[in-house]
Write a protein that binds this ligand. Structure first.
Ligand code: PLP
Length: 412
């Protein structure tokens, strides 16, 4: 696509033409889940209408076509994140399941009593709870890298925590609450220099920027299809091939075995040994189509659009009385996520006012209660999150909704 024409992009997303509460829908919650372009919707429906069959099993035409489409989706994902091969791409349900797979397989074997696991104070629950569960099972310690007062990773504290020799370091590339972009390459380098294995949570980065696992050097990366224009129910675990090879599968059943006798079984080759039972075939096909769509737009163009919109939004919102913005990372270090509160109004009330104007935003703890409650000292935060299909007009409508909330709740 020559240049970036947001109206042309919007025309690809059927839902953006709809209304909500009688107003034109303004969808500002893409960090929760992204909308789907027609191409993705059609790819899923074409599978059901044209070649619905199980994969890896049938010798007949439509089963072979389904198998090829499923594998092609993995090849597209591998190229998208610069993984060496589709063998390194395990499909799961979502980021959460991908992280749990590492906890239940790699960490189950390698983390022993008294060992430590290091995460950060800005993690999503899906990158906290599996490690709390593991630590409890193993008698291991879960440690947290602190944030600076500007709500970024405190790199000095990170280095100090690495001195404890954690077995695993797991951190988010982009915070779903703060939008801050962490220096994944440097954090990975430091963790490796202390002998740790690194898991990167790419849920909020892979949909918005070119994430190159080869360049970053992480050992594992987890992300979700539904946040990158693909269907829900399909997510990705990327793993370094030698690590995946030595890992035990978590689920046993059909398709993950090469042979089974009454006494024993032999695992299938990568990546199939981790994919027991019938998979989310239509989801994988839709995800492959989402990658093709993003490639056709160009990640660079998308990113420039989102960055322009973010800077515009921050400028507009900064001028509104009582609005507190929590984005403190400098330009270039923030993704298009805008956490805010309106002083004196609960975030849920703010969100309800937005909803009455047809604007979808999220309010709450954003599945990051430790960060929101104990670091930001809030019980609830409102969040606007942007994607390639958002416009300045929607930002202006959000600003008007903030003013409306002030007028309704803050009678002074
Ligand atoms: C940073 C981050 N990690 C993990 C997740 C979990 O993703 P999912 O619910 O798709 O498993 C999210 C979802 O919001 C997220 O933002």
């Amino acid at each position: 696509m020559a240049g970036f024409d947001v109206e042309r992009v919007r025309a690809d997303f059927p839902i953006l033409g709809k209304t909500s509460n009688g107003k034109r829908l303004a969808y500002l919650d893409s960090a929760a889940t992204a909308q789907k372009p027609k191409r993705v919707i059609d790819a899923v429906s074409d599978y059901y209408r044209g070649y619905n069959a199980n994969i890896h099993r049938g010798m007949y035409d439509i089963s072979v076509r389904a198998t090829n489409a499923y594998t092609e989706s993995k090849e597209l994902i591998a190229r998208f994140i610069n993984a060496p091969s589709y063998r390194d791409i395990v499909y799961c349900r979502n980021t959460t399941e991908a992280i749990n797979l590492v906890a239940l397989s790699w960490a189950e074997r390698h983390v022993k009593k008294g060992d430590s696991i290091l995460i950060t104070e800005m993690e999503h629950h899906s990158n906290i709870v599996p490690w709390q569960m593991l630590a409890r099972r193993k008698g291991a310690k879960l440690e947290y890298t602190k944030l600076t007062k500007d709500l970024g990773i405190d790199m000095e504290h990170y280095k100090a925590m690495l001195e404890h020799g954690p077995k695993l370091v797991a951190f988010t590339h982009v915070s779903n609450v703060l939008g801050v972009i962490n220096d994944a390459k440097e954090m990975t380098r430091l963790a490796h220099s202390h002998g740790a294995t690194v898991l990167l949570d790419g849920a909020q980065s892979v949909p918005h920027t070119r994430v190159d696992v080869g360049d970053i050097g992480c050992d594992f990366m987890a992300f979700s299809g539904h946040k990158m224009l693909g269907p829900a129910g399909v997510g990705v675990l990327y793993g370094r091939e030698d690590l995946l090879e030595e890992m035990e599968p978590v689920y046993g059943g059909g398709d993950m075995i090469r042979s089974v006798s009454f006494e024993s079984c032999e695992w299938n080759e990568l990546p199939w040994k981790f994919e027991a039972g019938t998979q989310n075939i239509e989801g994988a096909i839709g995800l492959g189509e989402a990658v093709k769509y993003i490639n056709s737009i160009g990640m660079g163009s998308m990113q420039r659009h989102e960055k322009g919109l973010l800077e515009y939004a921050l400028g507009v919102f900064e001028g509104i009385d009582d609005v507190r913005l929590y984005n403190k990372a400098g330009a270039g270090k923030r993704s298009a996520i805008i956490p805010f509160n309106v002083d004196g109004i609960h975030a849920h009330d703010v969100s309800a006012v937005f909803d009455s104007e047809g604007i979808a935003i999220r309010a709450g703890h954003h599945c990051a209660m430790p960060l929101v409650n104990s670091v930001m000292h809030e019980d609830s935060v409102a969040r606007i999150s942007l994607y390639l299909y958002n416009t300045r007009d929607e930002i202006d409508r959000a600003a008007a909704a903030m003013e409306k909330a002030r007028a309704l709740f803050l009678r002074r």
